[in-house]
Design a protein around this ligand. Structure first.
Ligand code: DC
Length: 227
């Protein structure tokens, strides 16, 4: 980052499969800011709660368990929970299926909010569902990145097949629609565009084109801030 520029907060929210994490990671590297993958935090919490036999409805047990499940994001991009490396374990179809139900719980969101805000001291690019609406409402640049459900299902299938997993397009499309519905209609921190955000539809854009737009918007903002 150029000397004298402010460390800004850039938020990228949007539905599953819109390409948020790819673009957020690339934009962060381009702008010179740390990247915060908040979906990974929700995934790690869900994985550990499930392993401990705690259901999403068990509010009090969740609060107790999360106070001792120490989730850490390492600078190299790995994530640990209770010291165990869960980087791979949080990306399974099983975690895909269970995570929304845990993420809808206030107890889970409350526990993760302070971890997220603690990372922002030097500015960052954060992606998730409520970055611009709840966690960083004063962010300098807020993006809502979306794409059609069909395009997002197509991308998810390619991703799964690239990992050697089976992926049936119709099943994945159904999952995408169900998760959208769940994330958008939940009572706490529902997925929606933040006030003042810029909405980008990536259905016909590749990750590089979206990264270019975000990096250039961030660059303009930093430039204006220096004048
Ligand atoms: O982006 P992802 O697929 O890794 O997110 C996993 C789940 O966590 C998804 O159900 C939405 C939820 N989530 C959330 O509620 N708030 C965030 N800031 C990030 C993710």
């Amino acid at each position: 980052m150029t000397e004298g520029t402010k460390n800004i907060v850039v938020t990228i929210d949007g539905p599953a499969g819109a390409g948020k994490s790819t673009v957020a990671r690339a934009a962060a590297a381009r702008i010179g800011l740390p990247y915060l993958d908040t979906g990974a935090l929700y995934r790690a919490a869900a994985l550990k709660l499930k392993q401990a036999g705690i259901a999403p409805e068990e509010g009090e047990r969740i609060t107790g368990a999360l106070s001792s499940i120490d989730i850490e994001l390492l600078p190299d991009g790995r994530i640990t929970a209770c010291g165990e490396d869960v980087t791979k374990a949080i990306r399974t179809p099983e975690v895909d299926r269970i995570v929304s139900a845990y993420a809808a719980r206030g107890e889970v969101r409350e526990a993760l909010i302070s971890i997220q805000r603690a990372q922002a001291a030097n500015g960052l690019v954060a992606d998730g569902r409520d970055m611009g609406t709840v966690v960083f409402p004063d962010a300098e640049l807020k993006i809502f990145l979306t794409a059609s459900a069909e395009e997002r299902a197509r991308r998810r299938c390619l991703e799964r097949r690239a990992k050697g997993e089976e992926a049936d397009y119709d099943v994945v499309l159904k999952e995408v629609n169900e998760r959208d519905h769940y994330d958008m209609t939940r009572e706490i921190a529902p997925l929606r565009p933040a006030p003042g955000c810029i909405i980008l539809d990536s259905s016909d854009m590749d990750a590089e084109a979206v990264t270019d737009v975000i990096a250039s918007l961030a660059g303009e903002f930093m430039e204006q801030n220096r004048r």
